[in-house]
Ligand binder design. Structure first.
Ligand SMILES: Cc1cc2nc3c(=O)[nH]c(=O)nc-3n(C[C@H](O)[C@H](O)[C@H](O)COP(=O)(O)OP(=O)(O)OC[C@H]3O[C@@H](n4cnc5c(N)ncnc54)[C@H](O)[C@@H]3O)c2cc1C
Length: 262
């Protein structure tokens, strides 16, 4: 079985600060990590491989330092890595990002593609579904349980919804997006870290994945960011401190009336 896991290198969010003047993210000195949902996706891929055989390829699009994210994934147990890095890919929105990943995936053999449900920095949850669209294959989003039947070439997954979960069965090839609770990702072992250095990481640019450079990166991005602003801090809440709920309710209604909400 050929399993592909899309991983994004993201800044450690808890350490990111906003520049009070420009309102831009201050990225300098902020450590990078593998997007936590992508580690869950990778863990699932590794478990499927351990149970049914096959190989796990991790793929990332980003600047050259995103190679570090692939090294961690190889140390966790992935077999090989591909980094998509090229000046032409810079400034990509989610559409151009997913197109770049899809064009690279088209060059590979694949049964299952695993993504995280979202990246903790961009947070759009668009890239997985867009890869499915570019490749013309189905997607099972927000999976919290996965069962694979390689003989029948099919996967059955529990896909979380607002009210519970759907059980969805799908033939290969298919994309799954992983949520928290699907599994607990393993930590790389010392042996894993040592052996990762010997594993293959390919570097691909536009010429390797094909297509006109104008469809990638900023040029291929239909989204235009006009302004980035920090939201106004919320005011402090008010607590109605009354023992009798009827009195509290009356005061609450009075407050809403005074605020012209009612
Ligand atoms: C106009 C515009 C310009 C931008 N310019 C830049 C820029 O110059 N530099 C920059 O870093 N960002 C840039 N961004 C942000 C960038 O488009 C997003 O970070 C990227 O498309 C992924 O979206 P997301 O973070 O919302 O991922 P989500 O859609 O939330 O991610 C879902 C899943 O998709 C997979 N995935 C997402 N991104 C990648 C990736 N890069 N490689 C492998 N797998 C991935 C992962 O499995 C992830 O869990 C720009 C955005 C816009 C709108």
């Amino acid at each position: 079985m050929n399993i592909i896991v899309c991983v994004k290198q993201v800044p450690e969010i808890s350490q990111v600060k906003l520049d009070p003047v420009t309102h831009n993210l201050i990225r300098e000195g902020v450590p990078s990590i593998v997007n936590p949902f992508d580690e869950i996706a990778l863990e699932e891929g590794l478990r499927i491989k351990e149970k049914h055989g096959g190989q796990v390829t991790v793929i990332t699009m980003g600047p050259p330092q995103a190679r570090d994210a692939l090294l961690r994934c190889l140390a966790m147990g992935a077999d090989k890595g591909i980094i998509l890095t090229d000046r032409a890919f810079a400034g990509a929105d989610t559409w151009a990002t997913s197109l770049t990943l899809a064009k690279a995936i088209e060059k590979l053999e694949y049964d299952l593609i695993l993504c995280g449900k979202q990246a903790i920095d961009g947070d759009t949850a668009q890239v997985g579904p867009e890869i499915a669209e570019h490749l013309g294959i189905p997607i099972i989003p927000y999976v919290r349980k996965v069962m694979v039947d390689p003989a029948q070439k099919k996967v059955t997954a529990h896909s979380e919804t607002d009210v519970g979960y759907d059980v969805i069965e799908c033939k290969f090839p298919v994309i799954l997006t992983a949520i928290k609770g699907l599994n607990e990702p393993r930590l790389p072992s010392v042996l894993g870290i040592m052996s990762a250095k010997k594993k293959e990481i390919k570097t691909w640019g536009v010429t390797d994945i094909g297509g006109d450079a104008g469809v990638y990166g900023l040029k291929g991005s239909p989204t235009q960011v006009l302004k980035v602003a920090t939201p106004e801090p919320r005011g402090k809440g008010k607590i109605i401190n009354e023992e009798d709920p009827k009195v509290a309710a009356k005061k609450f209604v009075q407050m809403l009336t005074e605020a012209h909400v009612l």
